[in-house]
Design a binder for this molecule. Structure first.
Ligand SMILES: [Zn+2]
Length: 422
């Protein structure tokens, strides 16, 4: 197979892919709009049906969210599945889309398509479809042999862990690879592939003092606000940019009225780090600070939530090398990057070697406002990134499946059961 035939195979499919993308983007699928999320699930199931994928809808643990979608295509060999990960939800409530007139808008002069979820992550869903189509055409034996699982989270934007568990239930022996199709920007000629994400621990620190009349019995009070304020700078100072460790004191509140010594105050904070040990270490420092500051006010620390880090380990970097080789074959360059934000990769990394950022290039995810004067431009995807990124993913998956050196039959640029979305 030549690079040219792969590219023309993908180019032949691009306009259909963008029709599918428009259908997905036209449906509001805010996480808390389960009917909208389920409509996206229906369109996604329809998209992959012609590729022989069977759809299974699984209710979210949270009753207010839509259905997770698992699309399976069992292979003729009994190997571990290749898991391709996307999500059906977005962060935009329908009212916000209407208020900001944020919808599908093609801007060919800018090389962009604006719209909710264009890059996060509906463009990624469409890219998975392009990749599988091309694999079926250029490497039909490998396509038939492989166990494929396309998994779409109903509530990724609120990082619900139940999706990861349902995915793992469907891969009892683990995955050959977990490939997450969040957007992957191309900067300075390099295509960014995500090889690590920070973990996050969430905490609350509570100070309990003693309420008293601020005018008549001030000395009998124990001021919880002052006690909490005293410890706050030391907690924030755990931040160590040199080690990519951050503490964000996010909210702080305390007291009730002016004439009362406040009896209670609390702050909420999150800690992020790539190194799992640094998250544990930070908690230990906070516990020590609290013990050292034991005074008349009682301080306590509660851990509210925890998301494991996905460190750039050897397995990940081994997988990345397939993408590096694929990019090289295409005359492109790919760069491994680490991100501070969470994704499904944090939850799926123990399933098998994992990569993220495999979707198309775009930017401004989570932004719906259009006000260039204020520097606000809404989310967009770059349609000219679909073919090169899909080509890179196709070649890399073939490298991964061990057929990178084979010469598959030439691509015809069409498929027998080609369904154009309406
Ligand atoms: Zn997002």
């Amino acid at each position: 197979m030549s690079v040219e035939s792969l590219t023309s195979c993908l180019e032949a499919r691009l306009s259909t892919a963008l029709h599918w993308l428009k259908r997905l983007v036209d449906l509001n699928s805010f996480t808390a709009n389960p009917l909208g999320v389920d409509r996206v699930v229906e369109v996604t199931a329809e998209m992959f049906e012609e590729l022989g994928f069977k759809a299974e809808r699984v209710a979210s643990e949270h009753a207010g969210y839509g259905h997770h979608l698992f699309l399976t295509r069992p292979g003729t060999s009994s190997g571990r599945p290749v898991v391709l990960v996307t999500h059906s939800d977005t962060v935009f409530p329908p009212e916000e889309e209407a208020r900001n007139d944020f919808r599908w808008m093609e801007a060919p002069a800018e090389g962009r398509i604006y719209g909710p979820g264009t890059v996060d992550i509906k463009g990624g869903t469409v890219l998975i479809w392009m990749v599988l189509h091309a694999l079926r055409e250029i490497a039909p034996d490998e396509f038939e042999r492989t166990n494929w699982l396309v998994a779409a989270n109903a509530s990724e934007e609120v990082i619900a862990a139940d999706f990861a568990q349902r995915t793992k239930d469907r891969c009892p022996a683990g995955a050959r690879a977990a490939l997450v199709f969040e957007g992957g920007p191309r900067l300075d000629g390099g295509w960014q592939i995500v090889t690590a994400r920070k973990g996050r621990a969430e905490f609350r620190i509570t100070a309990r003092g003693r309420g008293a009349h601020a005018g008549s019995s001030h000395a009998e009070g124990v001021n919880a606000v002052v006690a909490l304020a005293h410890i706050t700078p030391s907690v924030a100072a755990i931040t160590d940019y040199g080690r990519d460790l951050t503490v964000n004191v996010a909210t702080i509140r305390g007291g009730t009225v002016l004439n009362r010594v406040p009896h209670e105050a609390e702050l909420a904070l999150e800690v992020r780090a790539f190194e799992p040990a640094l998250l544990t270490h930070s908690e230990a420092i906070m516990r020590r600070l609290i013990a050292e500051n034991a005074g008349p006010a009682v301080l306590s620390l509660d851990r509210l939530g925890f998301t494991s880090a996905w460190p750039a380990d050897e397995r990940t970097m081994g997988l990345f090398r397939h993408w590096e080789a694929a990019a090289h074959d295409l005359g492109l360059r790919t760069v491994p990057i680490r991100r501070g934000g969470l994704s499904d990769a944090n939850y799926l990394a123990d399933l098998g070697p994992t990569l993220d950022g495999l979707g198309p290039s775009g930017a401004n995810a989570h932004c719906s406002e259009h006000s260039p004067a204020e520097g606000k431009v809404p989310e967009f995807v770059e349609p000219d990134s679909f073919v090169p990124k899909a080509a890179m993913n196709v070649l890399a998956v073939l490298h991964l499946l061990g057929t990178g050196q084979d010469a598959p039959p030439p691509c015809t640029g069409s498929s027998p059961a080609h369904t154009a979305p309406s």
